[in-house]
Write a protein that binds this ligand. Sequence first.
Ligand code: MET
Ligand code: ZN
Length: 766
Amino acid sequence: MVFTFNLGFPRMGANRKLKRLVENFWSGKVDENTLITDAKKLREEHWLLQKNAGLDHIPSNDFSFYDQVVDHSYAFGVIPARYKNLNPGLETYFAMCRGLQKPGIDVAACKMKKWFNTNYHYIVPEFEPNQQFTLNSTKVIDEYKEAKALGIQTHPVILGPVSYLMLGKPTKDAPQGFKPIQLLDRLLSLYEELLSKLVSAGVTWIQIDEPCLVLDLPSTIKNEYVSAYNALTKVSPQLKILIATYFERIGTNLDFITDTPINAIHIDLIRAPDQLESILRRLPAKVSLSLGLVNGRNIWKTNLEVALAKAQKAIDVLGSECVFIAPSCSLLHSPHSIQSEKKIDNEILNWLSFAVEKIKKIVIISKALNNSVQSVQTELEANRKSIQSHRESARTQNPTVQQKMKALGPDMFRRKFPFHERQLSQRKKLSLPLFPTTTVGSLPQTKDIRTIRAKFKKGEINQTQYDNFIKREIEKCVHFQEEIGIDVLVHGEFERNDMVEFFGENLQGYVFSGNGWVQSYGSRCTKPPIIFGDISRPNPMTVEIIKYAQSLTDKPMKGMLTGPITMLQWSFVRDDQPRKDTAFQLALAIREEVHDLEAAGISVIQIDEPAICEGLPLRKEDWNVYLNWAVDAFLLSSTGVDCSTQIHTHMCYSDFNDIIEAIRCLDADVITIENSRSDLKLLNAFEEHEYTAEIGPGLYDIHSPRVPTKEELKVRLHAIFKYIPKNLIWANPDCGLKTREWPEVEAALKNMTDVAKEFRAIEANC
Ligand code: MET
Ligand SMILES: [Zn+2]
């Protein structure tokens, strides 16, 4: 008998039920009681759904009002001192998640960080050197009992102690050299206490997530792992422990972790399919292997034949009693179900499976293995047909695109002239002053704009009415920018709901789901567009609007595009070709747009790549392969223009030190970057590596409504002089301004242009 094992179910529920529930609680529309009872109902629904699907090992404690990591911190009493005066319970919990302002109280939220290479954000735990741990909540036990009362035996899911400490950071005033992992011993005794309580409640299996096991680990951490699991496996002979790894290969970390007497290990065979054979050779007897065969992060149907063959391979070596069938990672990263999907046509819908459907696939695999292939013949046949329909569909193929891909030559990956020649010719053409001022692209998306767009989408106003409205917004913002003396203008991106969605809607090869929501952070979900086929650009996407904006001013107007890697990274991507090929197709489409913009007389074109670092593999040895094709994709999109056409790129929240060489290879003429929140640390990289192109380090943080004073802008610009030669510096905010209000934006940009002018005058007098 193989068993089926689920690592986690998406907690939002159908139609983002949880989002509405939590937001209604925050806004006072529902009380705490309703919140608690409705959440309980939602958990029940999800457990029953999994039970009825025939799943053997169903997770509990995968539910959270906000994030499983903050739940864990709260449960172990890791609550930073600034929340200590709040009411215990939900007030404290939500304050850690989102801050709290009420009479006499003003506390900020804890920091958020991306969960490995996903778009999920977790709340970063903060540890002090004398951190005390307490069992501060019984959530794990309660939810286990809740399911048990329904007659469902679940396995609680908790974050493992080593990953938990590694994912946290020291509190601000912790002494230098303190590392949270030093707290392991103290933390372990609390884990032991929790595990024995769970055993008393009836738990037989527990899933302990140790995602850090897929990272490159120093030997000290390896030792910590060994002592942690030697201790936790001693808690009770009745308790079986499964360690879950995902998102990458476990590599040689398998050996020390399976040296401890754990009962099972889960591996991701989607992100790291090649690891199976070597693991089968090395896995000690009696350790069960959970096979992550169904993609927990993408939306395509699993090819059951392929999955079955892999499972069989494992069974042949380990015996069926030591094999589990599972999703590659928690289904938290999948949308709920395709059942209510109305926006996608039937042909494509037939290629997809979301969480509910993925569970069913897992069960079919196990039935085929346990009973017989015949017992699920109908299901297998249906799967084979949809896989075949997907593979053979003419809709995924575009011969013209494939022709273009074959015709790619080395010249399409390099600028025709070296930077210094381009710089001279661009300066001549653009005649920009010292410290040219610009913005990153978007300007406030006001309520008006969103209302009008919604009306347009509903058909309440027609295309001309909508276009005219957008044109008036552009006109207003162009005049404003001229008035305050911005040097390179933007059109404000008012026509775009989102920087990826807008282009996706204008490209062929994309579809949009109505309900494919995935949790991003707290109650926030994103609905990534789906790349299902070859990407092409049937028509110019931005040329008319940028031309219009340019017609309103004599100053240069920036063309504004989203780069291929960001398009790739923020979409569900096809899995029938390498990511690199999809990136190149996107790049070709953007390249065509760049050429059309240039032909329409646009001399400055910005290609945003905020997500380039997000795509970095988790293991450093894989970085170069990724960076090579990511840089190539950007080059493909941006080269081929004239010497005098200035290419900008923009990145936010990146740690440039590690990838500065790749940034240099992008060969952009100007890069605008986030800088103000990182205390200029970021600029070290550019200084140390003698980066020679032009740079616009963000002069102020756009995430806060605060208007930066001239004084602080001066201090900041002045500090930048230490790192970058004056004639290479641009003045701009950190990122786009779409989330801000006009009064703040007006005041902030006015201060920024005034400061640039003052500094110019000083330089002129020198
Ligand atoms: C996340 S980067 C955003 C860049 C885009 N051009 C904007 O200004 O909104
Ligand atoms: Zn940005």
